[in-house]
Design a protein around this ligand. Structure first.
Ligand code: F6P
Length: 367
């Protein structure tokens, strides 16, 4: 029998379809065990920045709060990708920022609220924080979220399938307009360090070229592919570009740098479109799918794994687990150490079957 009486749930980092389904499953599974459940607002801000929440940064999650939310995008708890408590930017009297570790304060804040355990739903950043909190003595179970699918030790993160399905639908729609206007259509999708969304949607949407962060590209190779299609009578091309893609010897397209958050990426697709237009003389247009990939209703696959993850996280706590992440290992959901899930990014292996399939089908990867 576990000694848990009250748990907290936090959602951190970029949102992903399925967050609400995880929350609903975790809340109901916990209530069914007689536990009390609270939600922390906006990552951990509900505890770290109490003045910002006059109505309370922590609030009760009952069956009422989670009714009818399985199919909804976003998160009822709110989220943030600023202000990592492990190196929180605290402004100094001279206006500069000093990174401060606030995880001890966070654990104390949770204890003061009577919280015995935490379910942290997040990607690489949030689960690294979750691991630090577990090491400070709080019971913690992580749930793997990110549309980018770049978390290690789980076959898939929730949110990824929805993002890939939507991107594929967009690529399908772009085929007819590209062909009608004899244009090159460049589609930029999210994927900061890993090209999973670009790869899976590009192959499924029968793109002619796919550029991912794992394979630095030579624009001439992509131009060659477009010229070859032109010669063969196909006067249009579709190029899918991950936002983190870069040319050989080049760097990621960055549009902003703010204290306490990851670099803002942007412009990778536009850069490729301009270069292809210059190299081939064909009119080239760029469409950025960006945050559209993070919104909307989760697919059936994402709903199901989200519900399974939420319930499994509660079972893990009930079994006395801590410092672990629930992970998809079909057909099972298993527990893996948080440290292993976050020790490196799960990037696309260059010899994986999907890349080989692309190469067999004549897709250009820019190499
Ligand atoms: O969730 C990860 C991600 O989708 C990255 O691919 C992207 O770089 C990032 O989120 C953008 O997040 P935001 O615009 O919310 O800062």
């Amino acid at each position: 029998m576990s000694t848990i009486k009250k748990i907290a749930i936090s959602t951190g980092g970029g949102d992903a379809p399925g967050l609400n389904a995880v929350i609903r499953a975790a809340v109901i599974a916990a209530i069914n065990r007689g536990w009390e459940v609270v939600g922390i607002r906006d990552g951990y801000n509900g505890i770290l920045l109490p003045k910002q929440y006059p109505q309370g940064g922590v609030f009760a999650l009952t069956r009422r709060e989670v009714r009818g939310i399985t199919h909804l995008g976003g998160t009822i708890l709110g989220t943030t990708n600023k202000g990592n408590p492990m190196n929180y930017p605290v402004q100094q009297p001279d206006g500069t920022f000093k990174e401060t570790d606030r995880t001890g304060e966070l654990v104390d804040g949770m204890r003061k609220q009577g919280i015995d355990a935490l379910i942290s739903i997040g990607g690489d950043g949030s689960l690294t924080i979750a691991n630090a909190i577990a090491q400070k003595g709080m019971k913690v179970v992580g749930v793997p979220k990110t549309i980018d699918n770049d978390l290690d030790r789980t076959v898939m993160t929730f949110g990824f399938d929805t993002a890939v399905s939507f991107a594929t639908e967009c690529i399908d729609r772009l085929h007819s307009t590209a062909e009608s206007h004899r244009r090159v259509m460049v589609v930029e999708v999210m994927g900061r360090y890993a090209g999973w969304i670009a790869l899976n949607s590009g192959i499924s949407g029968t793109a002619d070229a796919i550029l991912i962060p794992e394979i630095p590209y030579d624009i001439e190779k992509v131009a060659d592919k477009i010229r070859a299609r032109e010669k063969g009578g196909s006067h249009f091309s579709i190029v899918v570009v991950a936002e983190g893609a870069m040319a050989k010897g080049g760097s990621r397209a960055v549009i902003g740098n703010e204290v306490g958050r990851l670099e803002r990426l942007g412009g990778a697709g536009e850069r490729v479109a301009k270069e292809l237009q210059a190299a081939t003389g064909k009119e080239s247009r760029c469409v950025v799918l960006g945050h559209l990939l993070r919104g909307g209703s989760p697919t059936t696959f994402d709903r199901l794994i989200s519900l399974r993850f939420g319930a499994a996280a509660v079972r893990a706590l009930d079994e006395g687990q801590s410092g672990v992440m629930v992970a998809l290992d079909p057909p099972a959901v298993r527990y893996v150490p948080l440290s292993e899930a976050t020790h490196r990014m799960k990037v696309v292996p260059l010899d994986c079957d999907t890349i080989l399939t692309g190469r067999d089908l004549g897709v250009c990867f820019g190499d």
